[in-house]
Design a protein around this ligand. Structure first.
Ligand code: HDD
Length: 682
């Protein structure tokens, strides 16, 4: 076990240690423990003869291989996860009796899986899509799963429509295209004909759907859940994860190029930041509404297509999630983890949100097919850290050896054990909500306003964000084959904003609507990413250097950037070591072909005395791509001439300085701003 694991030892980690197996340095055996003398040749009748049925080793090895794959998740198939811990800043006993939300001395082990929704398991990660943000808290009272997304609202209001939504979103059945993309006819046909989706579509067309990193995304529980305290009093709650690095995005052209250059961009970023000790952190926030205030809002607080504006219901920060350990084995942990919004602990309960109610059925059901039977809770990653006892027995792959005669309740032979625990003993008791009504298939009229919050979102965007929305709609609708669907979508979104649809209609060759729009003037500044946290920390700076560079003056700059929290990577025409004018040596991390400007957050050209034509051409490409994607650009020494050659010296977010100390200070500011939207890039 590595030292890092020893330091991070927690109850869950100790439990997992029990199941870890190190194969290296051992003799090869069959699964029956028999040492084998040969693993390269199957058993044959003569050197050129047929393989013999008797070869149990071949049969076992091949059979296991033939059965290695399990069905991928029907949604959220492409995911990446890490272990960590959750610490509570202050007790929430006012609202809940949940042990892990009231005892500030405890650190709860967690496992968090991020995912895209639409794409299959091998699809690219920087596609336009919502991202899953699912966290399993291994509490001492049992597992609690917060299975959320990076978008706070959902496409539909009733779970019965989920199969329809997913069928429309997934690749079309007649040709299985497009992969991991919503830019196709069936998705938009669904949207136009199911207009409750308007609000989430606004989010999905915004920069939120192309995050820069899993470390820079917000997370939301989406539904209104219920917290219940020791006195039995209930409050409605919405859960938020706020990334300590702020919420940041890619730009669409960049995201598409990254898909080709590095389909693993997001997992690579998460994996390496954890390996480097830059642990991703997210603060847990809650919005709370007393049950009796339920009717005080202009929307139904149980409608999953509505958010609670943070300016009206403030987010109280109550704790922090830190991801600090990568998995040992992706299949055993990330693929086999089974989340479920119905995995709750005393003090956390459900509401009548019809989307949530339906989810409570779907998750166990899907694990049964995906993980092959009812014993998936016994898989190491899914086991609670507290013991569990009941009368459930048998089934495929059962591992527990239940001893004793009794497997039923009630009984006398085992003194009626395992016996239910009273609420005072920690037994889960459902909230005593009063419920009555007629059996009907209908939706409350209070769920009927589909556009006000879509407009709220639009109103809250900065100008660049609005422009990105227009571009995203134009891209998606521009890909449609059906003119009719295009027109229906434009008509639908004319209920949200005339500015939006006029911008889009113009781009896709449809007569812009003149009437429509919304009378909602309210905005919520918290929804704009312009108002998030901006830091230079962990931003990747591509440092372009040639031979005969300005020696220690350049290496001092690199140290300065690293001291400010950035990650400089040295790029040149060849790998190996570059020599500075004063003899200083610099190791090249990447050539121009093993990295690409779309994989960097900023570009700094230090230059060098020996520049080939190929070098200068590559620098031009790097500078112009970085410029087009609004990224910070910097230069010192011979690099300044290269900026001038590319007519970039006077542009916003471009720093050129002879003096290294000055440069570090100004460039850090430019990098902390992330993108310089005031550039004219076309
Ligand atoms: Fe879901 C997986 C999040 C609505 C049915 N969902 C899944 C995952 C996340 C979410 C993050 C991946 C968990 C993992 O990493 O293993 N889902 C959401 C959110 C929703 C939502 C935030 C709306 C608020 N989901 C939703 C509905 C249904 C489902 C309405 C069906 C009624 N979701 C599933 C599923 C999945 C799933 C089919 C596929 C794989 C799995 O469960 O384990 O059961």
């Amino acid at each position: 076990m590595s030292d890092k694991k020893k330091v991070d030892k927690q109850s869950k980690d100790e439990q997992l240690e029990h199941y870890r197996r190190e194969d290296s340095g051992k003799h090869l055996t069959t699964n029956q423990g028999l040492k084998m003398s040969e693993d390269e040749f199957s058993l044959k009748a003569g050197e050129r003869g047929p393989t013999l049925m008797e070869d149990f080793h071949f049969r076992e090895k091949m059979t296991h291989f033939d059965h290695e794959r399990i069905p991928e998740r029907v949604v959220h198939a492409r995911g990446f996860a890490a272990h960590g811990e959750f610490e509570l800043y202050k007790s929430l006993e006012k609202y809940t009796k949940a042990d892990f939300l009231t005892d500030t001395s405890k650190k709860t082990p967690v496992f968090t899986r991020f995912s895209t929704v639409a794409g299959n398991r091998g699809s690219s990660e920087t596609v336009r899509d919502a991202r899953g943000f699912a966290t399993k808290f291994y509490t001492e009272e049992g597992n609690y799963d917060l299975v959320g997304n990076n978008i706070p609202v959902f496409f539909i209001q009733d779970a019965i429509k989920f199969p329809d939504l997913v069928h429309a979103l997934k690749p079309e059945p007649h040709n299985e295209m497009p992969q991991a993309a919503s830019a196709h006819d069936t998705f938009w046909d669904f949207i136009a004909n199911n207009q409750e989706s308007a609000h989430m579509v606004m989010w999905a067309m915004s920069d939120r759907a192309i995050p820069r990193s899993f470390r820079m995304m917000e997370g939301f529980g989406v539904h209104t859940f219920r917290l219940v305290n020791a006195e039995g009093k209930s409050h409605f709650v919405k859960f938020h994860w706020k990334p300590v690095l702020g919420t940041h995005s890619l730009v669409w052209d960049e995201a598409q190029k990254i898909s080709g250059k590095d389909a693993d961009f997001h997992r690579g970023d998460l994996y390496s930041s954890i390996e480097n000790g830059d642990y991703p952190e997210y603060e847990l926030g809650i919005q709370v509404i007393p049950e009796e205030d339920e009717d005080k809002f202009e929307f139904d607080v149980l409608d999953p297509t509505k958010l609670w504006p943070e300016e009206d219901v403030p987010v109280e920060i109550v704790g922090k999630l830190t991801l600090n350990r990568n998995v040992d084995n992706v299949f055993a942990e990330t693929e086999q983890v089974a989340f479920h919004p119905g995995h709750v602990v005393p003090g956390i309960d459900f509401t009548n949100d019809p989307l949530l109610q339906g989810r409570l059925f779907s998750y166990t059901d899907t694990q049964l097919i995906r993980l092959g039977g009812p014993n998936f809770h016994e898989l190491p990653i899914n086991r609670p850290v507290c013991p569990f006892f009941n009368n459930q027995r048998d089934g495929y792959g059962r591992q527990t050896i239940n001893t004793g005669q009794v497997s039923y309740h009630k009984n006398s032979l085992a003194q009626n054990t395992p016996e239910p625990a009273a609420p005072e003993e920690g037994g889960y008791e459902h909230y005593h909500e009063k419920v009555e009504g007629r059996k009907i298939r209908a939706r409350s009229v209070s769920f009927k306003d589909h556009f006000s919050q879509a407009t709220l979102f639009w109103n809250s965007m900065s100008e660049p964000e609005k422009d990105h929305l227009i571009q995203a709609f134009s891209f998606e609708l521009g890909k449609l084959e059906s003119d009719s669907v295009r027109k229906q979508v434009i008509e639908m979104f004319s209920n949200v904003s005339l500015d939006l649809v006029q911008g889009v209609a113009k781009n896709i060759g449809i007569t812009p609507p003149e009437h429509g729009g919304s009378d909602v003037t309210k905005s919520s500044p918290a929804l704009s990413q312009q108002n998030t946290v901006f830091k230079p920390d962990t931003r990747v700076v591509g440092v372009i250097v040639a031979d005969n560079f300005a020696g220690s003056e350049v290496t001092n700059v690199l140290e300065g950037l690293a001291d400010k929290g950035m990650s400089p990577v040295v790029i040149s025409t060849r790998q190996g070591t570059l020599k500075g004018a004063d003899g200083t040596e610099l190791t090249v991390d990447h050539t121009f072909t093993t990295v690409d400007p779309v994989l960097l957050d900023a570009v700094y050209v230090a230059g060098g005395g020996e520049q080939s034509k190929a070098f200068r051409k590559k620098v031009s490409y790097y500078l112009n791509e970085a410029f087009t994607h609004f990224k910070p650009i910097g230069a010192t020494h011979e690099g300044i001439q290269l900026l001038q050659d590319n007519e970039l010296l006077e542009e916003p977010g471009v720093v050129a300085e002879e003096n290294g100390v000055e440069f570090v200070s100004k460039f850090t500011e430019a990098v902390a701003a992330h993108r310089h939207w005031d550039r004219q890039v076309i």
